[in-house]
Structures are given as C-alpha cells and as structure tokens.
Ligand binder design. Structure first.
Ligand code: HEM
Length: 139
C-alpha cells in the first residue's frame, strides 16, 4: 500500500528532525537492538562503526524515495539476499522495525505523533515486506 502524500511528508519532516539530533540515531538504534534482542549480538561484528554508518545511509535512501518506494525494489532485493548470507532470519525483521521506530520515538518525544509513527510503520512494513518475500520465498 503506497504512502499518502501526507504520510510521505511526515516521514521526510520527522527524519529531518531526527537527523539534526546531536547523537546518531543509528548508534542509539543498534544500542537498543543489541540490548533488547540478544540474538542480534552473534550476527554483528564487535566494531559497529561501519554498520552504524551503512544502516543510516540506507534509511536516507528510503526517505529520499518515500514518494515512490517501489522504485527501490531491486536495491532492497539485493540487500535482502546479502542478509540471508549474514545469517538473518525472516522473523528478525520485526524486532529491527520496532526498535527503529522506538528509537525515533525516544528522540522526538511528543513530536513523534501517532500519524508520524504510522507513516514510519508503513515505510518499514513495505521495505521489510519486499526484502522478506525476495529472500525467504517460503515464508
Ligand atoms: C529494512 C531493514 C534493514 C536494513 C535497511 C538493513 C541495512 C543493512 C545494510 C545497508 C547492511 C550492509 C550491507 C552490505 O554488506 O553491503 C546490513 C548488514 C547487516 N544487517 Fe541489516 N538491514 C536490515 C535488516 C536487518 C535485520 C532484520 C537484521 C537481523 C538482525 C540485520 C542484520 C544485519 C547483519 C548481521 C549485517 C552484516 C553485518 C556485518 O557482518 O558486517 N539487518 N544491513
């Protein structure tokens, strides 16, 4: 289901606010992920510097293309296939999505409105949906 124009605007606006936050949201996100989901520790390297950077670059691309997410399908399919090789399982996508959105909520507080949260949930559901169906066709 594509985002409405208003949802795309909410995603762009909230991400601009998140990106001027002095602390890297991506670092906070991985901190939360590893704390709350011990399965993730074994998958990632000890030094997360590169991962923190590349993850936020991918979210940048999602936001830049939020008005036309289907355009990213080929990129997301490639990324999903790499994730299979990293040992990632389909069910783990849910934990990543809730952790990302909870991190945004922690940073923005009351500015992260219900509508903004729902718009981000849709971005993540669409993204993870493409990745999961490409990489785990049996699921
Ligand atoms: C929309 C969801 C996700 C995005 C945007 C994303 C993004 C990325 C990116 C950009 C990379 C680097 C890929 C490369 O090597 O070129 C990566 C690697 C990786 N991701 Fe994800 N990822 C997502 C979901 C997940 C999930 C659900 C897990 C499971 C915990 C996960 C675990 C990993 C691991 C283990 C690596 C490799 C780390 C390493 O060995 O360097 N990712 N991810």
């Amino acid at each position: 289901m594509p985002l409405t124009v208003e949802q795309a605007r909410l995603v762009t606006h909230s991400y601009a606010q998140i990106s001027i936050f002095p602390h890297s949201y991506s670092e906070l996100f991985y901190h939360r992920l590893l704390l709350n989901h011990p399965f993730a520790r074994a998958l990632f390297p000890d030094d997360m510097t590169h991962q923190i950077f590349v993850f936020s670059k991918t979210i940048d691309v999602l936001v830049e293309n939020v008005a036309d997410l289907p355009r990213l399908r080929p990129t997301l399919i490639d990324l999903a296939k790499k994730h299979v090789k990293y040992g990632v399982r389909a069910y783990q996508y849910a934990a990543v999505g809730t952790t990302l959105i909870d991190t945004f909520s922690e940073i923005l507080g009351e500015d992260f409105t219900l509508e903004a949260r729902q718009a981000w949930e849709l971005v993540y559901t669409e993204t993870a949906g493409v990745m999961i169906s490409a990489a785990y066709p049996e699921s």
